[in-house]
Ligand binder design. Structure first.
Ligand SMILES: Cc1ncc(COP(=O)(O)O)c(C=O)c1O
Length: 417
């Protein structure tokens, strides 16, 4: 951690213990992101005190009805006073009623300030940073986490440095720059950017928000599970479908539901689905090879660039979440992703980016094969807005242009499915 006189900032974390997601060993934690020193150098999972007093504090906090993830402050790492005013979280859960025989819900994470679920993680990490006087944060990202940290960091007055692959979509680049972050496009993959960010953070003592390294990203993301449960009247759905790259949203969603069960606020867990791109499907191959399309392929080109990762940084916890929830993993092709993007936009009014639409494509496949049964209650996470990445639905150059008085040429209808 750089800059501040750390002695002036006591450890302000609400919870001071974490265990390694691989070997299980307990660690004392501070605000710094650190890995276990076990053979696999796995990441740490924060241990919250899940006693009746925490349950009472949580219910009282929910009663206060903050319109953000801070409504769950008693289960977040630091006091809500360290959060921003941007209103991260408390996104809508749309109930679309009967769809393909299921009771179908979409959780619209595009409503977050920077347009993706990543804001939950950034808000938690930035609050931890602010509580400890950290002035600079670095992140490696496929795009959304960088845009998110740039946005939340700006609101908190924290300087942000981002490392992204050179192929990042233009709108995300613009967004990062508009928020005033320092941006480095790495001539390589997300995995290369990740390694570089780690080297820089260690060499320069910078606080690192990178997914699957910083334990507080999972703490932010788990609030999405809290919201789903609360919005369903403190009930779990049968399935939650999670677009998956590093697997950190997946492990966060599992942790969130698990904490609610431990607090006796839920009586069951949902089954989780990791929805991956067939071009980047290591979690699927490891969990359920039957659903993977290709054996042993390194990631290759896909329209779902946000979930393209060779070495998922939260692999162990993601696989554990799938096993513990009796879930499954599915890899979908780009043509299914494009069809899903169009369907979500034209059937439900939710325009998401291709990586997000992988979740809906996985739903279609699982429903078709009968894995998701009629009457099942399904929540599909729509993790990011389509406005940042238009490649799935480019407007054609040759759209007809008509004269202002050509009313006879106008036929009513559209491309709705
Ligand atoms: C829109 C979107 N959905 C899903 C994911 C996957 O999240 P995770 O890497 O935690 O699996 C990402 C990651 O960048 C993303 O940007």
């Amino acid at each position: 951690m750089q800059g501040p006189d750390r002695a002036r900032h006591a450890n302000r974390l609400r919870w001071k213990q974490a265990n390694c997601v691989g070997c299980g060993r307990w660690h004392d934690i501070g605000p710094d992101s650190s890995l276990c020193d076990c053979a696999k150098q796995e990441n740490l999972s924060v241990s919250c005190d899940l006693q009746p007093a925490t349950r009472a504090a949580l219910l009282a906090s929910v009663e206060d009805n903050a319109q953000s993830l801070w409504r769950y402050a008693p289960l977040l790492p630091v006091d809500r006073a360290f959060g921003t005013r941007l209103g991260v979280g408390w996104t809508p859960l749309y109930d679309f009623g009967d769809y393909r025989g299921t009771r179908f819900f979409l959780k619209d994470e595009a409503r977050n300030p920077s347009g993706s679920l990543k804001d939950r993680a950034s808000e938690a990490v930035v609050a931890v940073a602010a509580a400890h006087g950290v002035t600079d944060v670095i992140v490696a990202s496929t795009g959304n986490a960088a845009a998110s940290l740039a946005c939340i960091g700006a609101a908190a007055g924290i300087k942000v440095t981002v490392l992204v692959p050179r192929t990042i979509p233009g709108a995300k680049l613009t967004q990062i720059m508009a928020h005033g972050a320092s941006i480095y496009r790495v001539d390589g993959s997300y995995d290369d950017a990740y390694a570089l960010a780690r080297t820089v953070s260690l060499a320069k003592g910078l606080y690192n928000r990178s997914t699957g390294l910083n334990p507080f990203t999972r703490e932010g993301k788990k609030t999405c599970a809290f919201e789903i449960a609360e919005q369903l009247g403190w009930q779990a759905p049968d399935w939650v479908i999670v677009p998956t790259g590093d697997g950190n949203i997946l492990s966060g969603i599992w942790k969130g539901f698990h904490e609610l069960v431990a607090l006796d606020l839920l009586s069951s867990m949902p089954r989780l689905v990791a929805a991956q791109s067939a071009a980047s499907d290591l979690i699927t191959r490891r969990f359920d090879p039957e659903w993977a399309r290709h054996a042993n392929n390194p990631p290759h080109h896909t329209i779902a660039d946000s979930i393209t990762v060779a070495q998922p940084r939260d692999l162990t916890a993601a696989l554990a979440a799938l096993s513990a929830s009796r879930g499954t993993a599915v890899a979908v092709d780009d043509d299914e992703i494009v069809a899903a993007t169009r369907m979500m936009a034209s059937r439900f009014g939710v325009f998401c980016e291709p990586s997000s639409a992988a979740g809906f494509a996985a739903f279609e496949r699982l429903r078709e094969r009968g894995v998701i049964a009629p009457q099942d209650r399904v929540v599909c996470l729509s993790t990011g807005t389509g406005l940042k990445d238009l490649r799935a639905v480019p407007a054609p150059d040759n759209l007809p242009v008509i004269s202002p008085d050509a009313w006879q040429e106008i036929s009513i209808g559209g491309d709705r499915q």
